[in-house]
Ligand binder design. Structure first.
Ligand code: PHB
Length: 395
């Protein structure tokens, strides 16, 4: 992995060779022969583990196919976006303008994605989204060069309402972080839960990445709903699970969530996560040869258990491979590149998924329950769930 320091050192070597009047053509050619891949992910903060899992999965996919893209060697450039929307445009431009990447893979946080999106649309650089579900990226502001390999924020919760009502939970409180991911997860929840006949009695929220849940848990106890539904992820999810159980609410009020709630946090949450029901496009326990092989190989390579984020990173790699291989490594051949990515069917550990016309996965949603510290699949909550893609007009 090329760090910023290495990149700067290499630039210095080029300048040194130029001033000496030596070897410059060879050096420049050797450099441009490599395909430049930028990773913009959170490596610090509440979403740090998510960023690392995505990077691991992405590298694994490339390494499985010889560590090359369309026959070309790869040079990597990394930026820690800290899940900080205020620095998003500047960080994306470091990769696009300064490092001149051929593709930008990122990111996790929907607010940061909005900044990447602006830079991607203005520059035309290929952007593969390995997590952030922000709707506009594949709805009103969809773009030919922007592809998502993960989900849209309302996809998991579009599958959540019915299982809640099937279990007789007719009155629910919704709780989340107040930013695009939480707001849009609510959109899916509201639609599916009210369509199934449920009533949402209150919406509660906190600013991202705040985790002071106590006052809100007290309010939930007073409201006494049949169920609580939520969106939390990463470090915030682990803390919410622990605080919910510590407050005793888990004994009487069933907790549901967009499945990120129980991804990558089961060890940290311990018994507090037992029994929690969620919907998501992946589960550790999917009993398929594809998933089992992926999990075995990931554990061997990284000595840690993969989660949905690792799968999305891996699928981002598979998607990029399809495009780059079709274009024989020349990402300026948009016809071949986009043609292959538009028609991609990805043989993923999550199950096979295809790319929608607005560039978002069409995929199954699983109903999962935490049992003995594992996400167990207990049913299919939605077959071939697609985002609406509302307002998308590909230029
Ligand atoms: C988002 O901000 O889009 C987001 C972050 C973490 C998740 C899911 C979505 O687990």
């Amino acid at each position: 992995m090329t760090t910023r320091r290495l990149v700067l050192t290499r630039s210095a070597a080029v300048i040194g060779a130029a001033s000496a009047g030596l070897l410059l053509p060879q050096i420049v050619r050797a450099q441009s022969d490599k395909l430049r891949v930028g990773l913009m992910l959170p490596y610090t903060g509440t979403f740090a583990q998510l960023g690392k899992a995505i990077e691991n999965g992405f590298m694994m996919a490339l390494n499985e196919q010889g560590g090359k893209l369309g026959g070309r060697e790869i040079e990597f450039f990394k930026v820690d976006d800290e899940a900080n929307p205020a620095k998003a445009i500047e960080n994306a431009n470091r990769l696009v303008q300064r490092d001149k990447v051929d593709v930008l893979v990122g990111t996790v946080h929907s607010g940061v994605q909005m900044g990447i999106h602006k830079v991607a649309r203005e520059s035309g650089v290929l952007n593969i989204i390995p997590n952030a579900g922000v709707h506009m990226a594949t709805r009103a502001q969809c773009a030919p060069n922007v592809y998502r390999a993960s989900f849209s924020n309302s996809q998991p919760t579009l599958a959540l309402g019915k299982p809640m009502m099937d279990r007789g939970h007719k009155k629910a409180v919704w709780i989340t972080w107040n930013y695009a991911a939480g707001d849009e997860a609510f959109e899916g929840f509201e639609k599916s839960y009210t369509a199934a006949g449920g009533t949402i009695i209150k919406k509660l929220g906190l600013p991202f990445p705040n985790v002071e849940f106590q006052a809100l848990l007290t309010e939930i106890a007073a409201l006494n709903p049949d169920a609580v539904a939520c969106f939390w992820a990463g470090g915030g999810a682990a803390k919410f699970l622990r605080d919910y159980a510590a407050s005793g609410l888990n004994k009487n009020i069933q907790l549901y969530g967009s499945g990120f709630l129980t991804e990558g946090v089961l060890q940290a949450a311990g018994p507090a996560a037992e029994g929690v029901l969620t919907t998501l496009h992946y589960s550790d326990s999917l009993d398929t040869p594809r998933n089992k092989k992926f999990r075995r190989d990931y554990v061997n390579a990284f000595k840690s258990q993969p989660d949905v984020y690792a799968v999305q990173g891996y699928d981002s790699g598979l998607l990029l491979l399809k495009g780059a291989n079709a274009a024989q490594g020349d990402l300026s051949n948009k016809k071949a590149l986009y043609g292959a990515m538009d028609s991609a069917v990805i043989d993923s550990p999550r199950g096979q998924w295809s790319m929608s016309p607005s560039h978002n996965p069409i995929q199954d949603m699983y109903l999962r329950q935490v049992e003995n510290n594992e996400n167990k699949v207990i049913g299919i909550a939605g077959k071939a769930v697609a985002d609406s893609g509302a307002g998308c007009r590909m230029a």
